[in-house]
Each structure stands twice: as C-alpha cells, then as structure tokens.
Ligand binder design. Structure first.
Ligand code: NDP
Length: 309
C-alpha cells in the first residue's frame, strides 16, 4: 500500500515528492513516463524563477530537482497512469501496462500538452517543419527564416529566442494585441529581425516531400493572402489539460472539474474527493508558472501528511 501516489513529474509533482518524503511519508511513488522535469524543460529561456539570477533553459533549471527528491526516498516509476479510481477509502492507480497500485492518497499533477492551431496541413507536417518546441528544434533553422504562431507568453518568448539564431522570425498572431508580459512584448518590438504579422488567420502550411516550405496567412481585415517563405513553423497557441486518467468507466470524472477540464481544488489543493489532490497547471486558476506549480506541490504535500496522520 502506498502512502501517496504522485501522478506527473513536473515542478508540482517533484516538489510534492520532496515535501512528502522529507515530511516523513515512507512509501511514495511518482509516476512519470518520461524524464522528470515537466513541460518547462522545453522552454528555452527562464529568467523569472526566484533565486536564479541568470537566464537559463528549462532543462538546466530542472536538472537537480529529481536527485534532491530521491535523496529523501521518493521513488520514480517510469509508467503511464491510465486510470485512477476509488477502492474503499483508498485509491486504485492503474498503469497503461496493466500494473495496479493501491494508495491512501493521490496527487494529480499531470499538467498539459500543446494545443493544435487547426490549420490545413498542421498534422501532416508535424515533425517535418512544424514544431511546438523551440529549444528542441530551433537549431535546425539556424540562419533560416521561421514563423511562430500565437500571441501569448510562450509564442513571444520563443519568437525572441529563435530570433537570436534564425535570420528572421515572422510572429503570426490572429489579433493585433498580445496577452504576454510587457517586458516580453518590449523584447519583440526591439528585435530587428522579428516581423509582426498580426490580424491574420493561418490558412495552411505549404510543403512538399522535403517538408514545410511556407505558411499561407490571410489578413482578417482585407482578406488578402500572403505566403511567408519559411521552412520552420512553431506553434504556441495554448495547452490542453491532461485529465484522461481521472475519467471513470461511466464517462464521469472521479472529482469535480471545470468546463476546461481542469480539476477543481481548494486552497490546500484538495479536490472534493477525500485524499485526492491536484496541483500545477491541471488545477483551476493555475498561474501556469514553475514557481506556482512548485508551491502547489508543497501546499498539497503538507496537507496530505496531515490527512494521512
Ligand atoms: P495562452 O493561452 O496565453 O496564449 C495562446 C495564444 O495563442 C493567444 O494569443 C491566442 O490568441 C492564440 N491562439 C489560440 N488558439 C489559436 C488558434 N487556433 N490559432 C491561432 N492562434 C491561436 O498560451 P501560452 O501557452 O502562451 O501560455 C499559457 C500560460 O502559461 C499563460 O498563463 C502564460 O502566462 C504562461 N506562461 C508563462 C511563461 C513565463 O512567465 N515565463 C512562459 C510561457 C507561458 P488570442 O490572444 O487571440 O486568444
């Protein structure tokens, strides 16, 4: 029997693991099918994590977190959790490979995955010129032109990052105002090789057997189309909550969710089901910042220790 099953190995899951094990829980497993670290490891420049004065990659920021947790006894199971259900007072955690674990408490911290923008050719050319990770794929476009789609923090930060290695970045946005931090917008405005292509909808990605060759956009005001000659297209149009393991056989969710598929929690990260917690980007009203996800994880762990005690 586990004291705590943590689902997800991002900043929320890792911090919960650290606080839970250091706080005395003996049998804690963090289920994470990939390398721990979470979605932030795909970010190219982090400059807002408190205490880290220099700009660093998400990968560098997260590098030491797993080891710190393991020191206190957190175990990592490289497995995909497919379902979580109630079993008496406890929970049953099932993995995609068919393994089952019983746990007295569960922290759900699965985060989210990138959304598709929905233009023609997006699926066909994904991985062949279309990407959702500038740190992973930006290098392939060194000295070349790329397009970045979106108008939020992710799109603008990654456009700024790409502008340092690419000859030109087209920042393609469906409106003419952004929903990013003012300092990030300022960076964009100051970059000589970023062209803002605003008030447009993306019609389709152009390409052939070699991959992407361009992007066709249509002006929302005039209806005029324009072909941007770029072999690389980076899509940052928001994220989807990864809530599938909470779905029950009858199609309902194990706990209360909001209309965006995010888990409803209180200030201690408790769901409406006793012993079930959620933390990080998967919960309602998440600020979607590493420091906030880590804070959520610590908050949840402190309450879980009290709950189990
Ligand atoms: P956001 O939801 O903030 O922004 C998504 C952007 O994509 C919006 O500009 C939206 O347009 C546009 N968009 C959405 N759907 C489409 C579509 N189908 N076609 C074209 N454009 C589309 O997502 P982000 O991933 O940027 O950020 C998520 C959260 O994470 C935010 O809270 C953000 O602040 C945070 N974040 C913080 C960072 C940091 O502080 N360092 C770094 C990255 C993210 P519209 O504006 O018109 O709706």
């Amino acid at each position: 029997m586990l004291d705590l099953a943590i689902i997800g190995g991002g900043p929320a899951g890792l911090t919960a693991g650290l606080y839970a094990t250091r706080g005395g829980l003996k049998n804690v497993i963090m289920f994470e099918m990939g390398m721990p670290g979470g979605q932030i490891t795909g970010s190219s420049e982090i400059e807002n994590y408190p205490g880290q004065g220099s700009v660093m990659t998400g990968m560098d920021l997260m590098a030491s977190w797993p080891e710190q947790c393991q020191k206190f006894g957190l175990k990592h199971e490289m497995a995909e959790v497919s379902n979580i259900s109630k079993k008496g007072d406890n929970f049953l955690v099932k993995t995609a490979e068919g393994k089952e674990y019983e746990a007295r408490s569960v922290l759900f911290a699965t985060g989210s995955v990138p959304k598709k923008a929905g233009f023609k050719g997006e699926n066909e050319f994904f991985g062949r010129g279309i990407s959702t990770c500038a740190t992973c794929d930006g290098f392939f476009y060194k000295g070349k032109e790329v397009a970045v789609i979106g108008g939020g923090d992710a799109a603008l930060e990654e456009a700024y990052y790409l502008a340092k290695m690419c000859s030109k970045v087209y920042l393609v946005h469906r409106r003419d105002t952004y929903r990013a931090a003012p300092s990030t917008i300022e960076n964009i405005k100051k970059s000589a090789n970023i062209e803002e292509v605003t008030n447009v909808s993306v019609e389709e990605v152009l390409g052939d057997a070699s991959g992407v060759t361009g992007l066709k956009v249509k002006c929302n005001k005039t209806g005029e189309t324009r072909d941007l000659p770029t072999p690389g297209v980076f899509v940052f149009v928001g994220r989807h909550a990864l809530n599938a393991p909470l779905k029950q056989e009858d199609g309902t969710f194990l706990c209360d969710m909001n209309e965006n598929g995010e888990v409803v929690v209180d200030l201690k990260m408790r769901t409406n089901v006793k012993g079930l917690y959620a933390a990080g980007d998967i919960r309602i009203e998440a600020a979607k910042q590493v420091v906030c996800a880590a804070g959520d994880g610590a908050t949840a762990a402190v309450d879980i220790i009290e709950y189990l005690g």
